[in-house]
Design a protein around this ligand. Structure first.
Ligand code: KIV
Length: 283
């Protein structure tokens, strides 16, 4: 009996190792550059991550959850605890995709040491593969320090949503020569610092193209260019969960808010008319 238990647990751990080995790695992602587009979507919860896992290379537990899940007006008040809880939920569902968790505002900007503590906490508690930080030039040293300490880091240039209160809203970046060259230079320095990939958000396509061709690491675009090495969308936007939110770079692939509305209206009608629960729904 004991022997059988031991064999079973050995078998279970072998399966676990196999499952772990089936996960997409930084190396797999880097090989896609110039060969295959990288598919990236945000997910914040177990059921959505379970669906996305089959189709995504990278699942991003983005701090956009401040808006999509918590109804905040921006990402600035998102906490590390929120990111950890949603990171855990997503990680329970994912078998294949590479999972990146955002470090939220106020948890990494103070010093490289603060960033490392936050990154290590997120990775230890969720088991995710990498963290993402919004990376102005001042964050290069932090990115380098994280990489030196064996953290997989994704950069984020262009529009950095954690700065919206500072810059006065969600504005396209890199439109003039000076800011375009600053974003390009920052991207190059981030590559040198060792980040494995960079999200480029809301910049002119010409700038995004220049960044993508200048770097050996893959770029993931959102409101950037079709020539980025991959694309990312916030899953709620793709699903059309908020019909009022439709900036140019968003495509609603379905109208889930209408679907939910119609299902809930039908439930309400059925309960009132005593059509639910029906006989087959009762014990
Ligand atoms: O938080 C997020 O969802 C993001 C993506 C928009 C890239 O950072």
């Amino acid at each position: 009996m004991l022997q059988r238990k031991a064999n079973t647990s050995r078998f279970t751990s072998q399966i676990k190792i196999l499952q772990m080995n089936n996960r997409i790695s930084v190396h797999d992602i880097s090989l896609k550059k110039n060969h295959q587009k990288i598919i990236c979507l945000t997910a914040y919860t177990f059921p959505i991550a379970k669906i996305l896992d089959e189709y995504c290379d990278i699942i991003l537990v983005g701090d956009s959850l401040g808006m999509t899940i918590y109804g905040m007006k921006d990402t600035v008040d998102v906490t590390l605890e929120m990111m950890i809880n949603h990171g855990k939920s997503v990680m329970r569902a994912v078998k294949k995709s590479f999972v990146v968790v955002d470090l939220p505002y106020g948890t990494y900007e103070e010093s490289p040491k603060q960033a490392l503590e936050s990154a290590q906490k997120v990775i230890a508690e969720t088991g995710c593969d990498a963290i993402k930080i919004e990376t102005s030039r001042q964050m290069i040293a932090t990115a380098k320090f994280l990489v030196e300490n064996k953290i997989n880091v994704m950069g984020h240039v262009g529009l950095m949503p954690q700065s919206v209160r500072k810059i006065g809203g969600y504005k396209y970046q890199g439109r003039d020569e000076k800011s375009a060259s600053e974003i390009l230079e920052t991207s190059k320095l981030l590559e040198e610092a060792g980040v494995f990939s960079i999200v480029i958000e809301a910049v002119p396509a010409t700038l995004a193209d220049k960044i993508s061709t200048s770097l050996k690491i893959p770029t993931i675009g959102i409101g950037a260019s079709e020539n980025c090495d991959g694309q990312v969308l916030v899953i709620d936007d793709l699903l059309g969960l908020n019909q009022e939110f439709k900036p140019k770079f968003v495509k609603h692939y379905t109208n889930l808010s209408a679907e939910i509305k119609s299902a809930v209206a039908q439930f309400s009608t059925d309960v009132k008319s005593k059509n639910f629960p029906a006989k087959e729904n009762l014990v």
